[in-house]
Every structure is written in C-alpha cells, then in structure tokens.
Design a protein around this ligand. Structure first.
Ligand code: NDP
Length: 327
C-alpha cells in the first residue's frame, strides 16, 4: 500500500518540501507520496483526524497552523513544547505525536555558520514569530548566555521572552525596542546576528541599515536566498549563511521521523536547489502564484557563504520572487 505524507497549510500551492521529500522517498525506493493539503483553520481538526488512519506515515504542518495544531496532538516532544509549535507529525498506532524539526534544522545551520570557531555565547535576534521561537530554543540549548530579541511589535518579543521564562532563567533573554541605535549598540557587543523576520522574503529590503553591520559578525538569515541583509553583511566583511541548511535539515529530520531511515541529504539538497531554480517559491507563509521569474535567476549554490566569496552576487539584488520561505 502506498504510504502518504501530507503538508497541511493555508495556502500550500507550491512547496519546496514537496520536491525535497518526494525525491527522498523515491531515492530510498519507498512507496510513498507527499501531498499538499490546503486546509483553512476551520478544516484543520478534520484534516488532523484523517492522519490517524494506517495509510499515513505522518505530516508536515506549516503557516498558519503550526501553533494551532498543538492541542490536537496526543503527545508533543520537548522541542514542540518549548517552542509551542509543531511542524512534523508522526503516528504511534492511532496516536499522533507532534515534533518541531525547525529546532534541529536551526542548530545544524548555526554549527555550520560558526564552523571551527568557538561557539559564541551572545546573539542578536531580529523577529519574534514561529521561526524566532525555534531559534531561541536552539540558542538556549546550545548554551548561549545572552540573547537580545528585537521585533517591530515589541509586545510580541516580550511575549516570546515570557514564553521561554523558565528555560531561560539561568541566562539573559531580553526583548528590546526596535531602534537602530539600540540594535547598533547590541551588535557592537555580539558576534551572532540572526534574521527571523520575513523582511527580504518578497522584496529586496534589509531589516537593518548596512552601516551598523561589522566584519566580525556571523550572520544567519532564515530566508532561503541571498537577501540584502546577507549581501550587506558580506560587504562589511562578515561571514554569512542563508536559510537553506536549516530548511534542508528540518526536512531531513522529518523524513527520519516518518521512515526511521537516514535521510538522503544529497538527493534532498539537489531537489531543493532544482525546485528553487525552477521557480518554486514555497507556499509556506507566502502569497502563492505561478512560479516567478526566479527560474532565470537560480539560487545561490551554497548557503555557506563566507566573506571571501566572489563579489558578483553581492552587487545583484534578488528578483522580487527570488526569495524562498522556509517550510
Ligand atoms: P511569522 O509570520 O511567525 O513571523 C514574521 C516575523 O517577521 C515577525 O517577527 C514580524 O514582526 C516580522 N515582520 C514581518 N514583516 C515585517 C515588516 N514589514 N517589518 C518588520 N518586521 C516584520 O513567520 P515565521 O517566524 O514562521 O518566519 C519568519 C521568516 O523565517 C520567514 O521568512 C520564513 O521563510 C523564515 N523561516 C525559515 C525557515 C527555514 O527552514 N529556513 C524555518 C522557519 C522560518 P511582527 O511580529 O512585528 O509582525
């Protein structure tokens, strides 16, 4: 019997996860399909109920359902509990288990960015949404001692800090108002800058001015594209990485949870790059539409960009549709 995995979101017309996971199933010779289920919040509970049948290996969950799905699970893992969000569902018989693989995906991306250097202990985080929660949990469990969160709406950053209250009691996790001078002062004291806002996803904008970036920074943008922030950071001499490693590794972790097998990372990475180059924008959290003109503007081959990378990409803006949302 063909096994089924579904991505539940709204909308989900195009998906990088679909390309990545189907290629993985095919490559290990598994008779399984990855389907896209566009379900409104009203339809969510019924969709989750369907997953209890034996046909299903599980599911991915994406915007806007990652948080709403939590109370519909029979059990959630520590990472899902800590972040308050589920992006992967597995079955234990008829019971459903909620996981959050954005967290291990982020930690692998962070490790790659830091490379052989000593892991820093201070970070500045831009954004306070679902992606930011995975980042904060990853940083706390990595042993960070100071995390400063900036967000357009301060109350959301404060809510995030409150959410992590107990698990962050041994360290400094603070929300600060989004003022350039405050961000600049904090950046001067830190090595790690993470963008978990969606600024740069659909337009060539940076959340912060280029002038406040410095060459000692290690900059991770969760967006899967050479965003303006990353190009500015590279010009300042910083080491940068985009969201590809996180996207790929959250997908790999989900694959392993469903199948019990090691994920074919090379195959998944190639499928991701091909889908991206072919114009798939990933519907997760983004307006959908026909594949955009990014078909002619393939993504960066690597997300592990360092300051010595060629400069040609640092002068070129991505097309309006060139950026890709994390699944
Ligand atoms: P959410 O919708 O939960 O959060 C969006 C964040 O962006 C909020 O902090 C929001 O601030 C901020 N924001 C949006 N527009 C603006 C604006 N115009 N000015 C200032 N701030 C703005 O989304 P997610 O957390 O799920 O995703 C955030 C980004 O991370 C997306 O680009 C997504 O693609 C990426 N991502 C990548 C992953 C990967 O695997 N690579 C995994 C998860 C996410 P406010 O609260 O004030 O509205």
């Amino acid at each position: 019997m063909t096994k089924r995995v579904v991505l539940i979101g709204h909308p989900v017309a195009h998906s990088l996860s679909g390309a990545m996971q189907q290629a993985a199933f095919d490559s290990v010779g598994m008779d399984a399909t990855y389907e896209l289920w566009d379900r409104t919040p009203m339809e969510l509970a019924d969709a989750i109920g369907e997953l209890r049948s034996d046909d299903f290996l599980g599911a991915n969950v994406t915007i806007p359902h990652k948080e709403r799905v939590v109370p519909l699970m029979d059990r959630i893992t520590e990472e899902a509990h800590a972040t308050g969000a589920v992006n992967t569902i597995t079955r234990e018989g008829k019971r459903l288990v909620g996981h959050n693989t954005d967290v291990p995906g982020f930690k692998i991306a962070l490790d790659k960015l830091v490379g052989k250097q000593k892991m820093p202990r201070h970070a500045v985080l831009l954004g306070a949404g679902g992606g930011a929660r995975a980042v904060v949990h990853g940083l706390i469990t990595e042993g960070f001692q100071r995390i400063i969160v900036f967000n357009r709406h301060l109350h959301r950053a404060e809510g995030l800090v409150k959410h992590f209250g107990r698990s962050a009691s041994h360290m400094e996790l603070r929300a600060m108002p989004w003022h350039e001078s405050i961000i600049e002062a904090e950046l001067a004291k830190t090595k790690i800058l993470i963008n978990a806002t969606s600024i740069g996803l659909t337009s060539d904008e940076s959340p912060i001015p280029a002038e406040i970036l410095h060459g000692d920074l290690l900059v991770l943008d969760l967006i899967y594209a050479q965003t303006r922030l990353l190009r500015d950071a590279k010009s300042a001499g910083a080491t940068t990485s985009d969201g590809e490693v996180m996207l790929l590794n959250q997908g790999a972790a989900s694959f392993t949870l469903w199948t019990g097998q090691a994920a074919p990372l090379d195959v998944m990475g190639a499928a991701l790059a091909a889908a991206r180059a072919g114009g798939v924008r990933s519907a997760e959290g983004e307006p959908t539409g026909e594949p955009g003109p990014s078909a002619e503007a393939p993504a960066e081959a690597s997300s592990e960009d360092s300051s010595e990378d060629s400069s040609e990409d640092s002068s070129e803006a991505p097309s309006e549709t060139g950026a890709v949302a994390g699944d």
